[in-house]
Design a binder for this molecule. Structure first.
Ligand code: FES
Length: 106
């Protein structure tokens, strides 16, 4: 299990213990993290699983795929540290990862 911290727009921290190998979006949904919608079921088609990666962690994540870039372009409130959490897989090296949740996914 890997601990991931989600910080919602109002500053509340939701710390979850996620199973390695699942997507961070799925782990967030399974743990009822507010603000992660995942409307397309993790298929990189909706952009509603967007998170803002804490700047200390950006370099530790894999590069965005072309598909993630394209889908992110249609997401709302994009920032330079935006990622789609359905494209990020829980792994031990991400233990302690901090992700900020946008104020809205729509
Ligand atoms: S769940 Fe739809 S893009 Fe990630």
């Amino acid at each position: 299990m890997t601990t991931i911290q989600f910080v919602t727009h109002d500053g509340q921290v939701h710390s979850i213990d996620a199973e390695d190998g699942v997507s961070i979006e799925q782990a967030a949904i399974d743990n009822s993290v507010p603000g992660i919608e995942g409307s397309c079921g993790g298929n990189c088609a909706c952009g509603t699983c967007q998170v803002y990666v804490d700047f200390a962690w950006i370099e530790k994540l894999p590069e965005k795929s072309e598909l993630e870039e394209k889908t992110l372009a249609f997401a709302v409130n994009i920032q330079s540290n935006s990622r789609l959490s359905c494209r990020l897989i829980v792994a031990p090296e991400l233990d302690g990862l901090i992700l900020n949740v946008p104020v809205s996914q729509f």
